[in-house]
Each structure stands twice: as C-alpha cells, then as structure tokens.
Design a protein around this ligand. Structure first.
Ligand code: PLP
Length: 352
C-alpha cells in the first residue's frame, strides 16, 4: 500500500549532524498515520511530524491499550537503505495486538507505513555502524469512552528517529529477586505499553545502585533467568550458546532469533533451555560460563561485564574473540550490506 504524502513545509533536518552521527533520538520530519473505525483502517497517509489531538477519555490513556514495535533501517556502505526483517516484526505486532484485544494491522498497511516513512525521511538515516534509523510502529485505542472495554477506534502510527546504540561498553547487570516483569498467563510476550511502565521502578533502583540493567527472573521463584531490561539474554556455557526458551513471559526478540540462527550456522552449539541463576554463579566461579550476552534491536549485541546476585558481584572474563563479537560482526555485515544477505532479512527502502 502506498501512503499519500503531505510533505512538511518546515523541514528540521540538519544533514551535517546526521552525517556526524550526533543527531540521536530526535523525531524525523514525518510520520505515518492510519485510523481505524467501524471495523476498517482508513485515511492512511504520511504527514508532517506533529502532536495529535486525542480525547482525555481515550481508552489508551487510562487502560494502556497500546502495543508497539521497534525496528531499524540501516544505511549500507553502498548508501542503500535497508530495513531488517520487517515481516517478523509485523508477525510479532499481530501477536501483541491479539493479546490486547486490538484489531489486526494488515501486512500491506504495516509495510506501507514503515517503508513510506523511511522513504520520505531517507535523508535522516545516518551512516553506520552503529548508527541507524529507529522505526517505531505502534497502535493504540483512541476511542473516547468512560469505563473499561476494548476500544472501537484505534490509530496506527509509525515514527522514526536517527539513533545510536543505547548501551556503551559491557553491561553491569543486577539479577532481580524481588520485582517481576511478567507472570505466567500475563502479557510478558506482548510488546504492550503496560509492561514497560511496570519495570521503571525496579530499573530506577538498579540504576541508583550503579547497574546498567536488571536481569529479570521468573515471577514465581526468582531463580531462573528470563531477559535483561528490553533485550533477550544468553550465556556461553561450556562453549555452547544457552538461552531461555520462549514462553508467555519472554518477548520473542527478532534479534534473538537472528543471533541463534547465525550462531548455529557458525557451528556454535545452541540450547534453548531454562537457566538457573545458581548455574551462572557457579559457572563464573569454575570458568564454565565464559560470556553473557544481551541482544535487541536498540542495543544490537552487548556483552556483560559483571552480574550481581543478592548483592555479590561476579565478573565475566574478557572474551574479545568470543561469540558475542563474532555474531555482532555478522549481524552488522548483513545489516550494512557488507556481507551477503543469505537469509533474505533485508528489504531495500526506495527514497521518496
Ligand atoms: C523489544 C524487546 C526485546 C528485543 O526484541 P527485538 O525484536 O530483538 O528488538 C526483548 N525484550 C523486551 C522486553 C523487549 O521489549
């Protein structure tokens, strides 16, 4: 679907800042919008980025009926812009929407919004690595209604912003033993707004204690590993890459799937199985755990430097030639067009 374009008359683009990579987390000039009413998506368009009017009684504001995606467009060494695995992001959006009682966003609408925006704002896509253009598709219940029920009206929007990697250096991780992110039967697998409001306090506490992020453990026993902040997690144990299996408490990361695929094809043994916190502690002591990795769209692949369990800190050994480095190099190569896209993960953006 091609979104009609209403171009901004007051572009804010500072090309020099984009080139230098200093422009980060600033909304680009346009946004994609579509509205849902009477069972149909209508009025799909690209328009200048600006605030939108919304009723104070919009269902989203009170009951968090909203889901989002986070994906990136990469400017290759050849100058071509490519988006990473848009179909997989769309498939996950559908799962999140279903969990929140929200209508499907059809693939052609999703694709039209994401590629239309990246095409119109293509000059905002910085050269990398590690810089890229972050795309934020989201859907929310916009209907004005007093009381709790699924909305009958929604908005689908796509925003974009040039973006540099969120994490610098090695992660200092706090294993969370009190708070929970997601419980069995809850919404942990959905990329829905409420999941993120709930993690702000425990994350703030971890920051105040000097840690970069929280490692979430299972809500019932706080003894097995789930994920880190907004990234999935894996450890290298006896040379194998081990990550918790997907279930309804863990977000099905597109980066996770990509990392596991690349690792397997590089000949690394990969296990999806439950991991005890105690196993990481004893493995760091006896040398069988050699790496900890966090991975997500925002951060790409980041190594852990230290992990704290009940206030005791354990260091990871230095592994500059480890699996994290190798997988990250492969991912970057595919994303920035310097390695063959053998998995057909990249789709070219046509500038508009
Ligand atoms: C988005 C997200 C991830 C990472 O998913 P990607 O598709 O790799 O970006 C992991 N955990 C949580 C909680 C997330 O919100």
């Amino acid at each position: 679907m091609h979104f009609p374009i209403d171009r901004t008359l007051t572009p804010r683009l500072d090309m020099m800042a984009v080139q230098r990579g200093t422009l980060s987390n600033v909304p680009s000039d346009h946004m994609a919008v579509a509205e849902y009413a009477n069972g149909q998506w209508l009025k799909a368009r690209i328009q200048p980025y600006r605030p939108i009017p919304i009723s104070p009684y919009s269902i989203v504001l009170h009951y968090a009926q909203t889901v989002f995606e986070g994906m990136k467009a990469y400017r290759g060494a050849d100058g071509v812009i490519r988006i990473f695995r848009w179909e997989k992001h769309h498939a996950r959006l559908l799962k999140s929407l279903a969990r929140m009682c929200m209508p499907d966003v059809p693939a052609d609408l999703f694709r039209g919004g994401v590629f239309g925006l990246a095409g119109v704002d293509s000059d905002w896509v910085p050269p990398g690595p590690p810089a890229a253009y972050y795309l934020r598709p989201f859907v929310f219940g916009s209907e004005e209604h007093v009381g709790l029920k699924p909305a009958d009206e929604y908005m689908f929007m796509v925003l974009g912003a040039p973006f540099r990697a969120a994490y610098k250096g090695k992660l200092k991780i706090k294993v969370e033993r009190d708070y929970s992110r997601a419980a069995p039967g809850g919404t942990g697998f959905a990329k829905c707004g409420g999941n993120y409001a709930g993690v702000m306090l425990p994350t703030k506490i971890a920051h105040s204690e000097g840690y970069d992020q929280v490692l979430w453990t299972d809500a019932l026993t706080h003894s097995t590993v789930e994920e880190i902040g907004t990234t999935n997690v894996a450890f290298v144990i006896k040379g194998a890459l081990v990550t918790p299996p997907l279930g309804n408490t863990i977000l099905d990361g597109v980066t996770r799937d990509s990392v596991l695929t690349l690792a397997r094809d590089m000949g690394v043994e990969v296990h999806e199985r439950s991991i005890e916190v105690a196993e990481i502690v004893s493995g760091l002591k006896d040398g069988s755990v050699t790496e900890g990795l966090g991975f997500g769209t925002a951060a790409s692949v980041v190594p852990m430097g230290m992990i704290a369990v009940d206030g005791v800190q354990y260091e990871f050994p230095d592994s500059p030639d480890g699996i994290a480095t190798a997988v990250r190099a492969k991912l970057d190569g595919i994303r920035y067009g310097t390695l063959a896209d053998t998995y057909k993960w990249m789709t070219v953006v046509e500038p508009e």
